[in-house]
Design a protein around this ligand. Structure first.
Ligand code: C5P
Length: 211
């Protein structure tokens, strides 16, 4: 089954792109960030600290697909906590098998799988047929996230969003296990000056040439 690996930092547009590609190709889609968010949400729901590595590892160990349906996954505080639990090697180990199974056996008779995250091309699916690394400047990404938050009726201050995003980037890029980076054979797409349609058209063309 063909696999498309899409990695990139916070609000790079990788999720929107991955979802659209999966739909266009009739592939199953997995937002792997939601797994780390689910673990973080479960840790926070217990009133615990995401830095408690023993507890986070235990929660990840009993992770099931149903946990992805938790209501608070898109909240900023869950995103921050997700990047803390994601630096935990035991947490990553527990979630690896779920992701690899999804890629190997996409659910619902899909013809392939699209996975997006931080380490799909480098660790989860190193032999993916297509690897894309989506980037954009921190300012552009913060602006997108800020508008998204306002759009859904949340309060948001641009400067705060930018600061949180830099903090999360820093943690994701500098952790010891599976840091955020482009795989050597990934195609890098800078979407700073692109809208979602342009990014989709470019990515789809590349995939059609290669698959
Ligand atoms: O992509 P999203 O913002 O939902 O991811 C939340 C956090 O989960 C990221 O900041 C990152 O630390 C972590 N993550 C990861 N590896 C992935 C996907 C997400 O470490 N494959």
């Amino acid at each position: 089954m063909p696999v498309i690996a899409i990695d990139g930092p916070v609000a790079s547009g990788k999720g929107t792109l991955a979802r659209r590609l999966a739909k266009a190709l009739n592939f199953a889609y997995l937002d792997t960030g939601s797994l780390y968010r689910a673990v973080a949400s479960l840790v926070l729901a217990r009133g615990s600290d995401p830095n408690d590595s023993v507890l986070a590892a235990k929660v990840a160990d009993s992770f099931t697909a149903d946990d992805i349906d938790r209501d608070d996954l898109r909240e900023e505080k869950v995103g921050q906590a997700a990047s803390i639990v994601a630096a935990n090697q035991e947490v990553r180990k527990s979630l690896l098998e779920f992701q690899r199974n999804f890629a190997k056996t996409p659910p619902n008779n899909h013809l392939g799988a699209v996975l997006d995250g931080r380490d799909i091309g480098t660790v989860v699916c190193p032999s993916a047929e297509i690897k894309l690394f989506i980037s954009a400047t921190p300012e552009v990404r913060a602006e997108r996230r800020h508008k998204e938050l306002l759009g859904r009726g949340d309060q948001s201050i641009y400067a705060r969003v930018l600061e949180d995003l830099r903090e999360r980037d820093e943690r994701d890029r500098n952790r010891d296990t599976a840091p955020l980076r482009a795989a050597d054979d990934a195609v890098v797409l800078d979407t700073s000056d692109m809208d979602a349609d342009k990014a989709f058209t470019l990515a789809k063309k590349l995939i059609d040439e290669r698959l």
